[in-house]
Design a protein. Sequence first.
Length: 657
Amino acid sequence: MRNALRWAWDRRRSEGRSTWGLDVCGIAGCFQQVDGDEIVQRMSERLAHRGPDDSGTFRFREGQLSCQLAHRRLSIIDLGPGGHQPLSRDGVTITYNGELYNYRALRSELAAQGVAFETASDTEVVLEAWRRWGAGALPRFRGMFAFAIFDERAGRLFLARDPLGIKPLHYLPRKDGVIFASELKSIVHAVGGLEADPAALMASLLYYWVPPGRCALRRVVKLPPGSWAEFRPDGTHLVRSYWSLVDVAADAAAGPRADLQAVIEESVAAHLVADVPVSSFLSGGLDSSLVTVLAQRENPSLEAYTITFRQEDARVEAMPDDALFARRVAERHGIRLHEIEASPDIARLLPRIVDILDEPVGDPAAINTLLMCEAARDAGAKVVLSGMGADELFGGYRKHLACLLAARYRRLPHAARRATRAAMDALPVVVAGRGLRHVRWAKRFLDFAERPEAASFRRSYTLYDPPDLMALVSPQLAEHLDEVLDEHDAVYLDTAFRDPIDRMTLADARLFLPGLNLAYTDRASMAASVEVRVPFVDPAVAAAAFSLPPSTKVSGLTTKVALKEAAAAWLPPDVVRRPKASFSAPLRAWISRDLRDLVDTDLLRGQLVSCGMLQRAPLERLVDEDRRGRADHAKQIWQLLTLEMWCRQASAQGVAL
């Protein structure tokens, strides 16, 4: 044994909780940092919400080589003490955040090669697989994960992330080494001298989220999905890809058409691996209903959760009654349904959700996720299934259909298009306090319908035209907006697909899914100490989706054609044929009533205006147009308000803006 401080544990267990093994948690660590002990302790403290069941710290120092790893555990698998982390075997140590759904098969394979396992956890399977196969183990893993492995003999630290970006991992190269953590706030809490990235802030205004290739803070990097990184003692590091959605999609399109029913059924079954009860989110839409029903076939005692809002709030937003369809599905299949009526004090909740989300994210669906996860947790649930990912992979968003219709619209005579535009401009979006949803959609459609394909797709889900955004912000930010637009187009065009449906769904799976939906789901669920699993966000399902002809995704005016055909074997026709309903919130009600004073004080007279990032006069016009019902700017105002609060919180923690 080397003459070194080989490892030392700091192990804590929460009072009244079981010390169960492994699981979706929080990880952090330092490599080659002289102040690593202090940094890793501070990062671990800031991640406590991700793992309230147990915590541990590993420390190594020998000569000039040092490493510290921390772990916070929310336990799901292996109901015994053997899953405590970090976990060491023969000089190799892991801190792991994730679930490996095929860990039993890999365990059997490794055992046949002579590995003697000491625990029943999938953490040990990951560690032993890495010890034998190195980065070659990564394509064998099926699940969601982000982990760090320190090899003291090689003197190197390795980071890795799951193929589709379900679990987050941030790292900051620093002082010839690196700092990493599950959440950005953990790094901010531990080190100083950080600066906001103006291009990322511009991206958050344009998209209402920060794309996966950007980070809100300069020098902090999000490890890309399907990648691993190696950090060496000399301060150098490399990042390599082990799984590429672009390549997988191309190979799948060139091969035979997958049996979609079988693939989805198998994926849902795989995602039920747990030693605690698994529940499901049930909105009554196609995706969540399909996941819930298939899960209940495997687990008859499965329970489901749905969210509703006060009628007066839903009426302002013109929201569909999701609970009605959720009840039908639950009653038909004998599923116990928990209905959660959300009437949050949104003015008090908003600063909390901004802190939870790490980066400026202007999607109120994160609040739905937080409220449902908190209710599920209070009812005793630790694991909940979600139908997320189906829209991105199977062409389920209205924007997919709208962009195809836009191509037809562009073929109309110019005079007809001009008359249509004039007629729609004259219509209000609110009458007698009730939102006119279809008018909003029509106005939105005309915002992007006349553009070329790539620009049309981008505008179909961004909040502003570039000129309108530049009129709102400082002229000095123009170059950063150009960077963001170029990055989007580069991703959209990074494919050999010729059909726009394939191009749109591939871009969504690379940008929209990891950048927004998976990101807010992870942060909001882990803030409630609940694990959300996403059976559609699976390499096998992704490959199956791109094996389908584009016409089986969107045909005529029907979206998700192939998925609906597959679901017809298990779901009633009214659920299968139900139009797409957004997982949204009564945003107009919140902006016009609950947050009105906050808009006047914190936004119109806030830090973004005072520092010059936002220009007061166009901002006031935007708010005034929304309040008079001449335009629907609720999403823009919500995003601006979240960005204002994010900047205030970041400044209070020493981040330079």
